[in-house]
Write a protein that binds this ligand. Structure first.
Ligand SMILES: NC(=O)c1ccc[n+]([C@@H]2O[C@H](COP(=O)([O-])OP(=O)(O)OC[C@H]3O[C@@H](n4cnc5c(N)ncnc54)[C@H](OP(=O)(O)O)[C@@H]3O)[C@@H](O)[C@H]2O)c1
Length: 297
């Protein structure tokens, strides 16, 4: 080997960062990593689950529609890069959330990525509904179930570090009225949805303060506006963006190298953004946290 070649080899060994600097940054390697995407039997979650599978991950597909969930999991596995399994669990029942978490802890020694994506948005004429625990259903499915699921999976995520949590919120956000959280008065499906989505962001910020960002990060985002998903079709609104746009934004938080170690952030699609002012009120965040602990315990 010439002297010059030996010198270059030594430099590459001593300064691997320099050697990598010129290369384009690939997504965080998902080979052999385990990811749970709640609500991945359709819409945004399905596309994200398929993308993670194509990157080599072990994907846990979750939702209510068991036949569809099993088909998606089988297709991800058959594609040959990653693997997938379906896990049922009604997020409108705290008992089912606990059972889901217990199954995951016993079947999976590691969990590197938790994407809290499942959500509902009632049509404008939809009357107020309650979860099996007697909580307003949109608040229960979109926020409270994910609060509990995340807490139940935190030690598994911690022991799989570095791990990430991504909360799929929305730009539709309205401040939580702590005197009427369950919307027993003045129920509107749009208020229920926007309140639950802001609750996810308050939860994200509080949890980020409690976790060591070198081990587990947690961020929230608005994926894209009015994507062509069953949710948007269900409320009778025309699609304004594609589910692929939303998946790009979720994937940035889930596997983007630039997000490594970054936590407690809110993104509007792929750009860091400011959420509704209530998310920055420490008192409101603590109040939501204490209330949530009381509701799930
Ligand atoms: N669509 C948009 O333009 C938009 C904009 C901003 C934010 N978002 C957010 O993006 C996320 C995904 O929305 P999407 O449009 O993809 O919705 P979607 O197509 O309606 O999919 C919702 C998913 O959640 C699951 N789910 C609903 N209720 C559940 C329950 N009780 N228990 C378990 N799983 C349940 C569904 O499962 P089954 O199908 O098996 O019932 C489905 O997999 C939501 O959090 C939504 O708020 C969407």
């Amino acid at each position: 080997m010439s002297r010059l070649k030996s010198l270059l080899c030594l430099m590459a060994l001593a300064f691997p960062v320099l050697a990598l600097a010129a290369a384009p940054q690939p997504a965080i390697d998902k080979n052999g990593k385990t990811a749970l995407v709640t609500g991945s039997t359709s819409g945004l979650g399905e596309v994200v689950a398929r993308r993670l599978g194509a990157m080599g991950a072990m994907v846990i597909v979750h939702g209510l529609d068991e036949a569809r969930g099993r088909t998606i999991a089988a297709e991800i596995t058959a594609a040959g890069t990653g693997r997938a399994q379906f896990q049922p669990g009604d997020l409108g029942s705290l008992a089912e959330v606990r059972q889901l978490a217990a199954r995951l802890r016993s079947e999976h020694p590691r969990l590197h990525l938790l994407i809290n994506n499942a959500g509902i948005y009632g049509a404008s004429d939809q009357p107020r509904r309650e979860s099996r625990d007697g909580h307003e259903l949109t608040f229960a499915v979109n926020y409270l179930s994910h609060f509990l699921l995340t807490r139940e999976l935190l030690s598994l995520l911690g022991s799989s570090a570095p791990a990430r949590i991504v909360n799929v919120a929305s730009i539709a956000q309205s401040p939580i009225d702590f005197d009427n959280v369950m919307l027993e008065r003045d129920y509107r499906s749009s208020t229920a949805y926007a309140q639950s989505k802001l609750a996810q962001i308050l939860f994200t910020f509080t949890l980020a303060e409690q976790l060591d960002a070198a081990r587990v990060t947690v961020n929230a985002l608005h994926p894209a506006t009015m994507m062509n998903t069953p949710m948007v079709a269900g409320i009778g609104r025309p699609a304004m963006s594609s589910v692929e746009d939303g998946a790009d934004a979720v994937m940035q938080l889930a596997v983007g190298p630039a997000l490594a170690g970054r936590t407690g952030l809110y993104f509007n699609q792929i750009n860091e953004a400011r959420a509704n002012a209530q998310a920055y009120e420490a008192r409101a965040r603590q109040r939501l946290w204490d209330m949530s602990v009381g509701l799930v315990d």
